[in-house]
Ligand binder design. Sequence first.
Ligand SMILES: *Cc1c(COP(=O)(O)O)cnc(C)c1O
Length: 359
Amino acid sequence: MTRRYNFCAGPASLPEPVLEIARDDMLDWHGTGLSLMEMSHRSPEVVGIVEHAEQTLRELLGIPDEYAVLFLQGGASTQFSAVPLNLLGDKGSADYANTGQWSKKAIAEGQRYCDVNVVASSQDTNFCTIPAQSDWTLGDDPAYLHYTPNETIGGVEFSWVPQTGVPIVADMSSTILSRPIRVEDFGVIYAGAQKNIGPAGLTLVIVRRDLFGSAHTLCPAMLNWQVAADNDSMYNTPPTFALYLADLVFSWVKDQGGLSAMETVNRRKAQKLYAAIDISSFYANPVELSSRSLMNIPFILADSNLDKLFLQESEAAGLLNLKGHRSVGGMRASLYNAVSEVAVDALVAFMQEFEQRNA
Ligand SMILES: *Cc1c(COP(=O)(O)O)cnc(C)c1O
């Protein structure tokens, strides 16, 4: 068996030790004679795993008691509707920052439910910058401000948290667990699991409990955060196997030294790749320096006629999923937590060697 280096934007690389534990547990979880997938979600085993996952996540992120941790389904995209349905209350508008393709999708969904005030947009620079808050136009009495701290497709990220008088809602799908954050800065944090948390099929929502109680009467029970909180994320059958894997990933992050240690490695990985791109005139990254993402790094080849060859040869070298998103073109390497420094070194070595042969 040969494991390859996976730079996929999502579903993404998972830590190998986690996959090994899952393999060993597959047919018989801890002497129960059952696979975890075959157990009732109400069994003490599964309830214990979910509680342990929540506890470990609370430790890692420093989540205060005033915040509920919800394990849901439907992906981050379902939260694009759940956010207005839970938070608008009697308000008719919400603020949204438009910094990339995921912001745009959240905005389009928000517009079904309220007047969306776009506080700032970087669309005219093809989403290569984060507009400074001094240039934002905040709305008049919005229910909340929604933004995307890391835009997975454009490879741009905020190095700061917006300050407004309303609850801040952050789609952290592609940045959560990559570094420490201050949960207290946010009203709501949500994330699809398939980047830094675990396999697809699980969605994390962290919500300050004082924001409960404003859900629209037409908000489906399945999208109502308070219903999920009141039922310990088991209003219906949760994705038990995805939760089990997420629990293992949280423990793995803890074993690595937690989020500060994660950040140190992630900064080193990103720095290596950006340095290799910047030193060469063969490769380029379109993003403004201060807005570059640690997790998703797009790069283009000076001669796009070489794109196909680059992808063929990188794949043959065991470096997978480097094709960029069609809206940006070129390549994209996602360097999530489970992508090792060794993988980044292998990518950089390949890029330099490819340049030497083709420049
Ligand atoms: C991947 C991603 C999404 C979509 O997540 P799903 O779980 O597929 O709905 C939304 N926002 C961001 C920032 C993402 O990276």
